[in-house]
Design a protein around this ligand. Structure first.
Ligand code: PRX
Length: 636
C-alpha cells in the first residue's frame, strides 16, 4: 500500500481536474499554443457518442507537415530531424536535417503529383524502415493524399486486401529490405498482390538492396529516376482539420481488418501534446522509438509526434539481436539516445541474454524509458528499470491503441510515481471509466472492469474507412455513450490503472494485434479442414502464442499430421503473414459449442494453457463430452 493519494500529486491533480472540468478550454489552449494553423476553429469539439460522430477543431485549416517541418526551418533548419540507423552497423548512419527533409519531402510530393496523385487519393506504402518511408508519408500529407502504410512483413494477400479496401491509386515499395540476416523481396510481393487488385495505376519503387526486380512498363517507376528531375519547391495543400490524414489497418475480433481513419487536426494536436509530455521532451534530446512505422506507434511516435515538436527522431532499420543481442544498447550509446521507447516482447527477449550485453555499453544518456503494445509483466518491468534505466529513468508504461491515435494512460515522468505493471494515470484530458458486464459504471478503487472512455479526445479515430456502421457497433454500442476499448483493467487503491488484457477475441502476439477470425478463415480454406478455433496462451517472450484447434474433414483423417501442420501454417503465412503462424496445432474431432453455435473459447484457452482445474459451467454446451476428449488428447 502506498502512502499517498492522487490528490497528493499536486502538479498532476490540478491539471487533471482542470482538464475534466472544462475540456473544451483545455484542448483549445493546447491547440492554440503549440501548433500553427492557417485558420482557427469555429468550435473546439462537437460529438455524439451514440452515433459515433466526432469533430475536433471545426473549420480549422492546417497542414501537419507545415507543423512537422516547415515551421522549424527558421530556428532549426540545420538541426537533425531524422537519424537513420541501418540494419548493418557497418553501413553508415544517415543524418537528415530539417532543411534536407523539407527538400526531400517537396521533391517526393512533386513526384506523386506528377503521377496523378491529388488531395483525397489513397496511397499505400509498403516499405522497410528506410528514410523514404517517413518521407513518402510526409509527402502524401503535404499534398493532401491519404497514406495507408502496410507493415512490410505482411503477405501479398494482406497487401491486396488493404489496397482493395481503401481503393489506393498508387503503391510505394522498394526492391527489397534488409532485416537481420534476411533479405526480402518486397517488389515481387507487390507484383503478386497487384494481380488481385484493380485500383493501382502506378507503382513507385525505391532502391534499397541489390535485388534484381521486374519492372512493368508504364506502371512501375524507379524513384531514383524521377527524384533527380523533381523540383524542390512545392506549395503545401491546405487541409481542413477533419480531412483524412491516414488509414491504418488493425485486426478486429471478427471480419476483415479495420481501416482506422485518422484526421489532420485532432491527430496532430494529440500526438504533439502526448509526445512532449510523456517523453519529457527537451530541445537537444535524441529520441528513439524502436517500433516499425507500419504500426500506429511508429506513425505517432517515430514520425508525427516527434517532428511536430522539432525533435531528432531515430529510425532503425534492423532488429534487436542483429548482429548481436546488444544492438539496441550499441545504438543508444552511439547516438546518445535520451528517450528510448520499446515493447515488452523486445524487452523479454533481450532480458533472456546475459546482462553483460547491456552492461558493456554506456547508457548514461538515457532520461526516460518507455514500453508499449501489451501488458508488461513484473519481471520484464524490473529488468528494464534496473538494467536499462539503471533505476534512474522513469519507466513510462504507455497504454493506448491504433484507434486512440496517441497515448492515453501513462505515468508522466518526474510527476507520476511509477508502479511496476501499471500504466498508472490518465493523461489530463482523458476520462477512463470501468464498466461491469451489466453496463453499470464501477466507482471507487480496487475494482476491475471493462475499460471505456467517457469523453472524446482529439486523437480518436473518426471512423472505419468505408464502414461507419462497423465503427459504431465495435466501439460505441457495448456501453452506449462511451468508447469501449476492448481491454479489461484494474484500478488500484490509489486510482492507478493496470491493463489486464483484451476481453475480446483479439490476441496480442509479440505486440502485434491478431484477430482470431481472419486466421481461422485462412485455416478453413485448407481442403482437409472442416473447422478451427484459435486461442492465445502465455509465452515467455512473445507474451502470447497462438494455439489452434483444428477439426479435419474425412478426407483429412488419413493424412500425415506433421505435413498438415506445415501446410496450415504456410496457408496462414501466405494469407496474413508469418507473424500469424500457429505455435501449436491440436487436431480435434469437434469443438465445444453452445446451443447457439458459438465456440466456447474460454475452455479452449484453459486447455491450451494446460490449466485443467475448473472449466466452470459447461452446461450450455451442445457437446460437453468433447471437453474431456480435447483435454485428454492435449495431455496424451
Ligand atoms: O490490449 C491493449 C494493448 O494493445 C492494444 C492495442 O493494440 P494496437 O492497436 O496494435 O496498438 C498498439 C500500440 C499502441 C490495446 O487494446 N496495449 C497497448 N499498450 C499497452 C497494452 N496493454 C497493456 N499495457 C500497455 N501499455
Amino acid at each position: 500500500m502506498r502512502n499517498y493519494q492522487i490528490e497528493d500529486l499536486p502538479d498532476y491533480f490540478k491539471q487533471y481536474k482542470k482538464s475534466i472540468k472544462n475540456p473544451k478550454k483545455f484542448w483549445d489552449n493546447i491547440a492554440d499554443k503549440n501548433f500553427v494553423w492557417y485558420q482557427r476553429w469555429s468550435k473546439v469539439v462537437d460529438y455524439d457518442m451514440t452515433e459515433a460522430k466526432i469533430t475536433w477543431f471545426k473549420n480549422a485549416k492546417l497542414n501537419i507537415v507545415k507543423n512537422c517541418i516547415d515551421r522549424h526551418l527558421a530556428e532549426r533548419g540545420e538541426k537533425t530531424a531524422i537519424i537513420w540507423e541501418p540494419n548493418d552497423p557497418k553501413e553508415e548512419a544517415l543524418y537528415i536535417s530539417y532543411n534536407d527533409l523539407y527538400k526531400r519531402v517537396n521533391k517526393t510530393a512533386n513526384i506523386l503529383r506528377d503521377l496523378g496523385i491529388k488531395k483525397g487519393d489513397r496511397v499505400c506504402i509498403y516499405l522497410p524502415m528506410i528514410p523514404e518511408l517517413a518521407i513518402t508519408m510526409l509527402a502524401c500529407a503535404k499534398l493532401g493524399a491519404i497514406h495507408s502504410v502496410i507493415f512490410a512483413g505482411f503477405s501479398a494477400s494482406a497487401v491486396a486486401s488493404r489496397v482493395n479496401d481503401c481503393g489506393a491509386k498508387m503503391i510505394i515499395t522498394s526492391d527489397g529490405s534488409y532485416r537481420g540476416s534476411k533479405v526480402l523481396d518486397l517488389k515481387s510481393i507487390v507484383d503478386e498482390a497487384l494481380e488481385k487488385t484493380e485500383s493501382i495505376e502506378n507503382v513507385l519503387v525505391v532502391k534499397r538492396t541489390h535485388n534484381e526486380i521486374k519492372m512493368k512498363e508504364g506502371r512501375d517507376h524507379r524513384m531514383a529516376d524521377l527524384y533527380e528531375k523533381a523540383s524542390e519547391d512545392f506549395v503545401t495543400v491546405i487541409m481542413d482539420a477533419e480531412d483524412p490524414l491516414f488509414i491504418l489497418y488493425t485486426s478486429g475480433s471478427t471480419g476483415k481488418p479495420k481501416g482506422m481513419l485518422h484526421t489532420c487536426g485532432g491527430y496532430m494536436v494529440y500526438t504533439g501534446y502526448t509526445f512532449k509530455n510523456i517523453f519529457n521532451y527537451k530541445e537537444n534530446d535524441i529520441y528513439w522509438c524502436t517500433a516499425d512505422i507500419g504500426w500506429i506507434t511508429g506513425h505517432s511516435y517515430i514520425l508525427y509526434g516527434p517532428l511536430c515538436n522539432g525533435a531528432t527522431t531515430v529510425i532503425f532499420e534492423g532488429v534487436p539481436t542483429y548482429p548481436q543481442p546488444d544492438r539496441f544498447w550499441e545504438v543508444i550509446e552511439k547516438h546518445k539516445v535520451t528517450q528510448f521507447y520499446t515493447a515488452p516482447t523486445a524487452i523479454r527477449s533481450l532480458a533472456k541474454e546475459s546482462t553483460e550485453w547491456v552492461d558493456k555499453h554506456d547508457l548514461s544518456s538515457l532520461k526516460v524509458i518507455g514500453s508499449v503494445g501489451e501488458p508488461i509483466n513484473d519481471e520484464a518491468w524490473h529488468w528494464f528499470n534496473d538494467h536499462v534505466g539503471k533505476k534512474k529513468c522513469p519507466v513510462v508504461d504507455t497504454w493506448w491503441q491504433t484507434e486512440t491515435g496517441g497515448i492515453m494512460i501513462s505515468p508522466i515522468p518526474f510527476v507520476t510515481p511509477t508502479k511496476p505493471t501499471y500504466a498508472t494515470l490518465p493523461l489530463p484530458g482523458i476520462q477512463p471509466v470501468l464498466m461491469d458486464d451489466k453496463r453499470n459504471e464501477i466507482s471507487g478503487n480496487q475494482v476491475t472492469g471493462n475499460l471505456c472512455i467517457r469523453f472524446p479526445w482529439p486523437g480518436i479515430a473518426r471512423t472505419i474507412w468505408g464502414d461507419h456502421q462497423r465503427y459504431k457497433e465495435t466501439y460505441f454500442s457495448a456501453f452506449p455513450g462511451k468508447y469501449f476499448t476492448g481491454d479489461g483493467a484494474l484500478r488500484d487503491e490509489v486510482g492507478y490503472y493496470r491493463i489486464t488484457g483484451r476481453v475480446d477475441d483479439v490476441i496480442i502476439v509479440s505486440g502485434h494485434n491478431l484477430g482470431t477470425a481472419p486466421i481461422e478463415d485462412s485455416i478453413n480454406q485448407h481442403p482437409a479442414v472442416a473447422e478451427s478455433a484459435i486461442v492465445g496462451y502465455p509465452h515467455d517472450i512473445k507474451g502470447n502464442a497462438l494455439y489452434g484447434y483444428v477439426m479435419l474433414k474425412e478426407i483429412g483423417e488419413g493424412r500425415d499430421r506433421d505435413n498438415l501442420k506445415k501446410e496450415i501454417n504456410q496457408l496462414i503465412s501466405d494469407q496474413i503473414g508469418p507473424i500469424a503462424k500457429l505455435d501449436k496445432i491440436q487436431f480435434v474431432s469437434g469443438l465445444p459449442k453452445t446451443r447457439s453455435g458459438k465456440i466456447m473459447r474460454r475452455i479452449l484457452r484453459k486447455i491450451a494453457e494446460g490449466d485443467f482445474s475448473n472449466f466452470g459451467d459447461i452446461s450450455t454446451l451442445l457437446n460437453p463430452e468433447i471437453v474431456d476428449e480435447i483435454k485428454n488428447e492435449r495431455l496424451g
